[in-house]
Design a protein around this ligand. Sequence first.
Ligand SMILES: O=P(O)(O)OC[C@H]1O[C@H](OP(=O)(O)OP(=O)(O)O)[C@H](O)[C@@H]1O
Ligand SMILES: Nc1ncnc2[nH]cnc12
Length: 205
Amino acid sequence: MVAGRFVGPFRPAARLSAVTTEIPLATGDCGAELAALVAGASIDVPDFPKPGVVFKDLMPLFADAEVFRRVIDGIAAHHGPGSFDVVAGVEARGFVVAAALAYAAGTGVVPIRKAGKLPRKALSASYALEYGEATLEVHEDAFVAGQRVLVVDDVLATGGTAAAAMDLVERAGGTVSGFTVLLELGFLNGRARLSSRAVRSLLTV
Ligand SMILES: O=P(O)(O)OC[C@H]1O[C@H](OP(=O)(O)OP(=O)(O)O)[C@H](O)[C@@H]1O
Ligand SMILES: Nc1ncnc2[nH]cnc12
């Protein structure tokens, strides 16, 4: 695998003009191979969802069977068997990562949902993110007391979403074992806000 090259059948350059093929050396917390996979399968979309924001689109990574499998298996291997009891994922893109990782690791998955979607009594946390504000919720009985919860998402930007998600996990009785994302926007300093947590990103840009 060469950093910056697409490894699967998906070739966004043929479909999307926004793709950048000159990708700088990829670095992250889980090794050069996983960093390169994420770098090679994300697309920068300027001014989405509002002017000034460069949106990191990871849909090509999810759509490429080989890249998706290698990324999910790589996360599972990095954490090691038995290092967490359940995966929690943040709606919506985090669900894709969370469900696949839970399946690969042999655990269950707890969805942390946007407000108003859960049918039973839920805990809420409101927060700001790079391009707006939102509220997350989790069922109050989502976790067995002390259950080790690996929280996952696709992107770490300001850290507002991650902080709210982990706060909810702990208020619901879980013990956060870590927070893992595919892609971190380092210039937004989200990691500093999560300094008491074990944060891992496959790729930091
Ligand atoms: O670090 P932050 O600044 O909080 O931003 C990161 C969050 O932003 C995106 O979610 P979004 O709310 O856009 O939801 P989506 O997955 O439904 O698109 C992304 O999936 C993260 O959850
Ligand atoms: N720039 C960005 N790209 C994709 N997802 C995000 N979530 C917050 N900021 C983001």
